[in-house]
Design a binder for this molecule. Structure first.
Ligand code: C2E
Ligand code: MG
Ligand code: MG
Ligand code: MG
Length: 280
């Protein structure tokens, strides 16, 4: 029932918008307290290589247990944190937590941490990485950051410069959600990514759409030509896995191999029955 009759005309709301704004403001205030009040946790989701069925790393995924709302997902609170700059302290907290956790793991797997546009635009980011690596004692080679194309495109020149500095520390850089955003091949040329993460949209379409299979095949060929390994996200079924293995996908991640969960001592194994060896 919102009525905006034209430029300059007064707007009348039915209150739904006000409510949404109020809700976001409240969430932002609560989020501000969440770090200090220990409401945040880092969950980990296993990543594995297709060739030898070995765990290669774990993606760190933020979880927030709100005192009243219960579990709030990152798709809800990360945009709020990006909007008001809170993502800077939140991002630093996750990085610190993930690096400190990874040092304790039994196996020296990689840990992959998502980094958002605003963090990337922050001039101090390479120093933050350097400090946290030094504080936790995690070898830089075990850390990987995941960035979306939109995060890079938000300030491309700056992003490429910061990424260069982070890579110079020895930290790996993965291109997240590939294929759904800008998908600029120029970004692949301009920056030496260590991994391409194919968005789970394509994985989900694999069994039903021949076009999706064609696109996946093309991205895998692109990765091979550029010598960048490709990881497919969001694998949920055996059928999806079979297509990906047949097409030569390098690494996999998804509910089929394990959901994101708190890291127990000794690390998370591939879920029982996750069928890769016989498909490879
Ligand atoms: P992402 O980086 O692309 O992470 C993968 C998302 O896909 C995760 O959602 C994961 O739980 C989900 N996923 C993994 N396997 C499957 C599957 O087989 N099926 C389905 N349906 N989903 C699967 P999550 O944890 O809700 O995170 C959503 C997004 O929030 C992430 O997407 C990332 O962009 C952002 N995010 C999460 N943690 C952080 C963080 O610490 N910092 C920043 N900047 N962003 C984060
Ligand atoms: Mg990611
Ligand atoms: Mg992703
Ligand atoms: Mg995503």
């Amino acid at each position: 029932r919102a009525k905006c009759e034209g430029i300059g005309a007064p707007c009348y709301y039915d209150g739904a918008l006000d409510e949404a704004i109020r809700e976001r403001r409240e969430l932002a205030n609560d989020l501000r307290k969440a770090i200090d009040e220990n409401q945040l946790e880092v969950y980990y989701q296993v990543q594995a290589s297709v060739a030898d069925r070995a765990v290669t790393g774990y993606e760190a995924l933020l979880r927030w247990t709100h005192p009243q709302r219960g579990m709030v997902l990152p798709s809800v609170f990360i945009p709020v944190a990006e909007e008001n700059g809170l993502i800077l302290s939140l991002g630093e907290w996750v990085l610190q937590r993930a690096c400190a956790d990874a040092v304790e793991w039994e196996h020296p797997s990689k840990v992959a941490v998502n980094v958002s546009a605003l963090q990337l635009a922050h001039a101090e980011l390479p120093q933050v990485f350097q400090r946290i690596l030094a504080d936790t004692g995690l070898p830089a080679e075990r850390l990987e950051i995941e960035l979306t194309e939109s995060a890079i495109m938000a300030n491309r020149e700056r992003a490429l410069q910061v990424l260069g500095q982070i890579k110079a520390l020895g930290v790996g850089v993965a291109l997240d959600d590939f294929g759904t955003g800008y998908s600029s091949l120029e970004t692949l040329r301009a920056f030496p990514f260590d991994k391409i993460k194919l968005d789970r949209f394509f994985t989900s379409e694999l069994a039903v759409s021949p076009q999706a299979t064609a696109i996946v095949r093309a991205v895998l060929a692109l990765g091979r030509s550029l010598a960048i390994p490709v990881l497919a996200e969001g694998i949920e079924t055996r059928e999806q896995l079979d297509v990906l293995v047949r097409e030569g996908c390098d690494e996999v991640q998804g509910f089929l191999f394990g959901r994101p969960r708190p890291m127990p001592l000794g690390g998370i194994e591939l879920d029982d029955g996750a069928p890769m060896s016989d498909a490879a």
